[in-house]
Ligand binder design. Structure first.
Ligand SMILES: *C/C=C(C)/C=C/C=C(C)/C=C/C1=C(C)CCCC1(C)C
Length: 266
């Protein structure tokens, strides 16, 4: 039997694949091409392809999980899809100019980070009732964090106060998932598999996400010229996105499959 979501998943996967093709043409048309010793450029290429593959994977795997887990997998796929498209542009900027594509990173973050935050709400909602206020607190923290960082990087505000605003937003998110209502609902109402996914996800939000403010700090607040560390910083950001977007999605996929299978046995 053909599952009802199959046509949608296929359409989405096809869209992702088409975007990959268009982007490849855009790169081929630019004057510079990827050099075999441009490791930063190669990392942009690798990550963009890994993001495309992950997108197809998450959308197709929706088929395998029960209804209440499907939204979580859709959101995981949207995160990697949006990031993949940004990576096409970012690697083009890098390969043809050697510049750091900061503006594309922020646009990507503005869409993908709220989606990642929603996942905490969604995995709890799959197993119990969660008040909407949890969702809104996670959103507010995310926006304060990103707007603060952007105001500093784009020069609308002095870099230090902007950094402090961003850190306050991040701290608020960490409070919510370690000590706030989201964490309490997880500890009291969620089955074992969801609890452990929740805990791994919040470790990613702590340590995986710390890479970005560290990059900001070393880039703007230590007095060293950002150009010196620009190669390392781009590779680090690129690897961070594998952890924070793909691995994060895989944790959700794993718990969704586990819960679906344990429900089927009952
Ligand atoms: C997929 C992309 C992700 C998970 C991006 C996350 C970005 C952050 C956690 C950025 C955090 C920042 C602060 C905590 C302070 C101000 C500067 C930022 C925006 C880099």
């Amino acid at each position: 039997m053909i599952h009802p979501i199959w046509p949608q998943a296929t359409a989405l996967a096809t869209t992702g694949a088409m975007m990959a093709v268009f982007s490849t043409q855009a790169v081929a048309a630019s004057t510079n091409t990827l050099q075999p010793d441009d490791f930063v450029g190669i990392s942009f290429w690798l990550i963009s392809m890994a993001l495309v593959a992950s997108t197809v994977f998450f959308f197709l795997e929706r088929d395998r999980v029960s209804a209440k887990w499907k939204t979580s997998l859709t959101v995981s796929g949207l995160v990697t899809l949006v990031a993949a498209v940004h990576y096409f542009y970012m690697r083009d900027v890098w390969v043809s100019t050697g510049d750091t594509p900061t503006v594309f990173r922020y646009i990507d973050w503005l869409i993908t980070v709220p989606l990642l935050m929603i996942e905490f709400f969604l995995i709890l909602s799959a197993v119990t009732k969660v008040p909407a206020s949890v969702f809104w607190r996670l959103m507010v923290g995310t926006l304060v964090m990103l707007v603060g960082g952007y105001l500093g990087e784009a020069g609308y505000m002095a870099v230090l106060p902007a950094f402090v605003i961003g850190m306050v937003g991040w701290a608020y998110i960490l409070y919510e998932i370690f000590m706030g209502q989201a964490s309490k609902i997880n500890a009291e109402k969620a089955p074992q598999s969801v609890q452990s996914a929740f805990k791994t996800m919040r470790l990613i939000v702590t340590f995986g996400w710390a890479i970005y403010p560290l990059g900001y700090f070393f880039g703007y607040l230590t007095g060293s010229s950002p150009t010196e560390s620009v190669n390392a910083l781009n590779i680090i950001y690129n690897l961070a996105d594998v952890l924070n977007k793909i691995a994060f999605g895989l944790i959700i996929w794993n718990v969704a499959v586990q819960e679906t299978e344990s429900q089927a046995k009952k």
